[in-house]
Design a protein around this ligand. Structure first.
Ligand SMILES: Cc1cc2nc3c(=O)[nH]c(=O)nc-3n(C[C@H](O)[C@H](O)[C@H](O)COP(=O)(O)OP(=O)(O)OC[C@H]3O[C@@H](n4cnc5c(N)ncnc54)[C@H](O)[C@@H]3O)c2cc1C
Length: 116
């Protein structure tokens, strides 16, 4: 995954596109010139993808939640090979499933029944 190493800060939306091949040290270093930071790992050497998909406790979690709570979009490679950007608006069920790492059902009604 090391080629997925971009960090692009979007000042307008105050978001950052972060490559999953990075470790958090690299992310913090890339964002520092912009004077911003993100909710990421607490210890040197931990990877972006694993920490985020596992939830991600940060020094900033008490204020801003876990790393996964701050994700606004996932770039997902689907089983058929298609690459898709998944957001809350583009596919709410899949976005929710990626956030909580569940195998989700197709119907959002079924999903609601399951968790109420
Ligand atoms: C020294 C140390 C300090 C830590 N500190 C913290 C901390 O402060 N907060 C915290 O919450 N956790 C912490 N952890 C736990 C850490 O979040 C997990 O170990 C996490 O899984 C590490 O992710 P990784 O990407 O570095 O590891 P990897 O072993 O590369 O990945 C972990 C898992 O994520 C999957 N994965 C990796 N990349 C992708 C991808 N692109 N798409 C889909 N799946 C992927 C892998 O298949 C694997 O199952 C720490 C761990 C260590 C060893």
């Amino acid at each position: 995954m090391y080629r997925f190493s971009d960090v692009v800060y979007n000042a307008g939306s105050q978001t950052a596109d972060i490559g999953p091949g990075l470790i958090w040290d690299e992310v913090y270093a890339a964002l520092e010139p912009h004077g911003v930071n993100v909710v990421g790992g607490r210890v040197s050497g931990v990877g972006v993808a694993g920490l985020t998909l596992g939830g991600g406790y940060s020094w900033k979690t008490n204020q801003y939640g876990m790393a996964i709570d701050t994700v606004t979009a996932f770039e997902l490679v689907k089983p058929n090979g298609h690459v898709e950007t998944v957001t809350k608006d583009s596919d709410p069920s899949l976005f929710f499933g990626l956030k909580v790492r569940l195998v989700i059902r197709k119907s959002s009604e079924a999903l609601e029944d399951q968790f109420i």
